[in-house]
Design a protein around this ligand. Sequence first.
Ligand SMILES: [Zn+2]
Length: 293
Amino acid sequence: MPELPEVETIKLQLNSVLHGLIIKDVRILKPKSFIGSKEDITGEKIIGLRRFAKILVLDFKNGLSLAIHLKMSGQLVYRGKKQPKNLHIADPLLLSLPNKHTRVIVDFSNGDMLFFNDLRIFGWMRIVKSQTSNLKPQNLEGKYIYLDNLVKNLGPEPFKDLTLNVFRKILKLSNKPVKAVLMDQERISGVGNIYANDSLFLSGIHPKRKATELSVYEINKLYVNLLKVLRDGLKWGGASENNFRDAFGEMGKVQEHFYVYGRDKEKCIRCGETIRKIKLGGRGTFFCPVCQP
Ligand SMILES: [Zn+2]
């Protein structure tokens, strides 16, 4: 699933190409993937892009926004005048769009297009009311929820409001395995399986240890390493071991730098021990039994 670095990668790229574009039409190929009436955003200009944890938001001039969650396998791919030249497209399905996984196509008045592909169809695009706009949506009272309501259950987010103090309090209050706490979007938002696994490895903490039982020293170390893996994740353009592609259809490179994630039965880069894989909260969990006692 795309996590904070993956969605931020897409946000930064789309921010450079979608700003100021006007929606000409929205072609909904899979009704489940689009919530709202496309007429309410047709003709509207994109005035901003934002990200709330894993949710991407396009803001329109009329006070509405389009919130997008990629869930397990979603992709947002831009094709148009501002796409970089010499793209390296490794995925044959992305050489010509739309493809069999395209669920929604956004057409812009200048001919540019945005493709929402989603193999497993868990992702969505949803029209919401944006509270940050000065203009109030006209005649739409009751039709759409506010963006604030959509994101209100998200916990504090790294690089935003997840300070070390807040992080300490969250861990001290939870009796669950530390990895489950890192991934619980209502406690900490934006962190998923990849960055939870790798930050725990760097911190020498077994994923099953109870969050309440971590020492102050371990919590501090985990905080620093969590920010490190997220920052590196963004630097390497996200992790493309599965479906994630960036907004131009290229692969990120984080998978070339995994510490333990996805490295079942391989050797630990620190001590040479064999990396183990277990299930924890239904998710594949990787650790080194020597480095993470
Ligand atoms: Zn090791």
